[in-house]
Design a protein around this ligand. Structure first.
Ligand code: UT7
Length: 335
């Protein structure tokens, strides 16, 4: 019997033009380029400053490019999944806004909230629609306008995050490529003290007091998250490799969530994968939350070859974490 898998058949990205460099941040908070580079690996991030534009805009631009490269119309898309923690509005879902912006007249869709693991969770979800035979073309998008929820007076968080969006198209494949396996985890214990946005939801709706107390910004206990991320990302990547009989030599690329270069190197170490086989763009974009992994896929697309074994891995708020084993479906750039 033929095995149908969900293959990534095209990718697209959007990055705002405005750059926020470490030198800019030195003028805003008590920090310095050396500290930021040595502790995180980040030199600059992108920030979407244009009024009237937010996550849906970036997601739609990434989606348009992804579809154009594959040469298919938006009306052929069946499902749009948007992973984000910075939706344009609490409701409607950002996916609905993207549907309208790209003119995907035959699609339905919804948002997935899993912070930095959002893209991986959405990929795994989207693949089910393909494998089940229900749908043929699923857009999976990771998009976040982190600048909307970052406190630019808090040096613990403002140095890390940036804005951006990445999109992939999933289609059925019976030739052995596509999403081979994935493993996802969630652990909500203690998460409210470590990584969250306190107000703005139904527990603490927006009031003058919540705004004055800065409760609509990200709060992160960096040390705790760092420790959990190092273990979580490395463990789950190793688990997926082990259950698929892969060694470091079999892996063409590690595609890690770009939160901190030190977390990425620890994961690569544990997998037995050299840094020359690790996709990196954290230096230029910082942590774009749900967008980091698809942005890596776009940036490295020209060097990817059909049959390459990719291990995608992420850790983030929730806590959420996971890894996916993807056998790449095509050579070089889609046109
Ligand atoms: O993507 C979602 C999940 N998020 C993550 O994976 C992020 C995980 N955490 C991290 O990446 C790191 O914890 C940070 C980059 C956030 C912080 O790095 P760290 O090495 O854990 O620094 P730290 O918080 O332990 O602080 C070390 C020192 C402290 O000074 P003292 O107490 O040693 O004197 C901080 O006050 O560095 C100081 N510090 C800074 N100095 C200059 C903290 N932030 C800064 C800063 N610039 N921006």
């Amino acid at each position: 019997m033929t095995t149908i898998r969900a293959a990534i058949t095209s990718v697209g990205k959007y990055l705002p033009e405005d750059r926020l460099t470490n030198a800019d941040l030195e003028r805003m908070v008590d920090t310095n380029d050396d500290w930021i580079v040595s502790r995180t690996g980040i030199r600059e991030r992108r920030v979407l400053r244009e009024p009237g534009k937010a996550t849906a805009f970036m997601a739609a631009e990434a989606a348009k490019l992804c579809l154009a490269k594959r040469g298919i119309g938006a009306d052929e898309v069946d499902v749009i999944l948007v992973a984000t923690v910075t939706p344009d509005h609490v409701f409607p879902a950002t996916a609905c806004l993207v549907q309208a912006l790209i003119g995907a007249t035959n699609a339905w869709g919804y948002d997935i909230s899993a912070a930095c693991s959002g893209f991986l969770f959405a990929l795994s979800t989207g693949a089910q629609f393909i494998v089940s035979g229900k749908h043929q073309k699923v857009l999976v998008i990771g998009a976040d306008k982190m600048s909307a929820i970052v406190d630019y007076t808090d040096r613990n968080t403002c140095i890390i995050f940036g804005d951006g969006a990445g999109a992939v198209l999933l289609e059925p494949d019976d030739t052995g490529t596509g999403l081979i396996d994935s493993r996802e985890y969630t652990d909500g214990v203690g998460t409210l003290e470590s990584l969250w946005m306190k107000a703005g939801g139904s527990m603490h709706p927006a009031t003058l007091e919540t705004v004055a107390a800065g409760e609509h910004f990200i709060y992160q206990d960096g040390k705790t998250v760092f420790k959990r991320a190092v273990v979580g990302m490395a463990d789950v990547a190793a688990e997926v490799m082990q259950r698929n009989g892969l060694t470091g030599d079999d892996v063409a690329w590690l595609v890690p969530h770009q939160a901190n270069l030190r977390i990425i190197s620890a994961t690569a170490d544990r997998m037995g994968v050299g840094m020359d086989k690790v996709m990196l763009n954290i230096e230029r974009y910082g942590n774009t939350t749900a967008a980091t992994i698809p942005l890596c896929l776009v940036d490295y697309e020209p060097v990817l070859r059909r049959g390459d074994n990719l291990i995608l891995a992420a850790f983030g708020g929730g806590f959420t974490w996971g890894a996916a084993y993807v056998k790449w479906a095509y050579d070089g750039e889609t046109v």
